[in-house]
Design a protein around this ligand. Sequence first.
Ligand code: ADP
Length: 259
Amino acid sequence: RVAMMADKALDTGAPKGPRIVAVGSGKGGVGKSTLAANLAVALARAGRRVGLVDADIHGPSQARLLGTEGRRATAHEGKLVPVESRWGVPALSMAHFSQTGQAIAWRGPKISGALLQLVDAHWDGAEVLVVDLPPGTGDVQLTMLQRCPPAGAVIVSTPQDLALLDAARAVELFAQSKVPVIGLVENMAGYVCPHCGERSDPFGAGGAEAAARDMGLPFLGRIPLDIAIRREGDAGTPTAAGDGPQAAAFAELARQVGR
Ligand code: ADP
């Protein structure tokens, strides 16, 4: 087991390296981690060299989503070495340092130090680093903005009013820090019943697109609520790596983000 190293990155200023694309949301449970994983896999499929940082220090989920649970990150010459996944996306997550399910009870400075080490790792050759942020606007976001500002941010929301209000707050945080918001993605948009084929909208419809328009931001598309996305996420076989209908939706998202 590799212990996190001392706050070396804190002394050396902002880490340099790949173009950082942050994936954020105003609140949890909207599918941000699922989208970040699938975006990274879709970018890799499109031939981009991409890495993934799970910046959700307290609630890491990328090891599960990418099927690297139980694997441990190593270190080389004072920097972390990402864990390879089967999908052409090396990743670093706190789950690669702790037992699965083990609680991480850290406060601000330690969290910031951890984030900087995950970002300033051996991402050799990566052009894009997708960073899955924790929900909201806390320590990790502030450290990210101050120490390794993203080249752009993707904001994930459900079509629901409440989620959208929170998303607007996340947008505001990036705007204040002059980080360009690449656009808004609507997740869990529409559900087609696998039994009768009827379409319903558990979280409303079109909300994120309207909100994007109101905020003058690009709308990057909608990903439906699809049991396959949940099942494949839990199994560590990201939907974007397959050839089902939603893989095409993630490929389109990657095309917009990768431009
Ligand atoms: P967040 O990172 O915003 O907290 P997660 O990515 O962990 O959200 O997703 C929350 C739950 O919703 C997970 O069980 C995930 O599998 C599921 N989920 C996310 N997006 C979809 C979708 N489009 N269709 C079906 N299930 C989804």
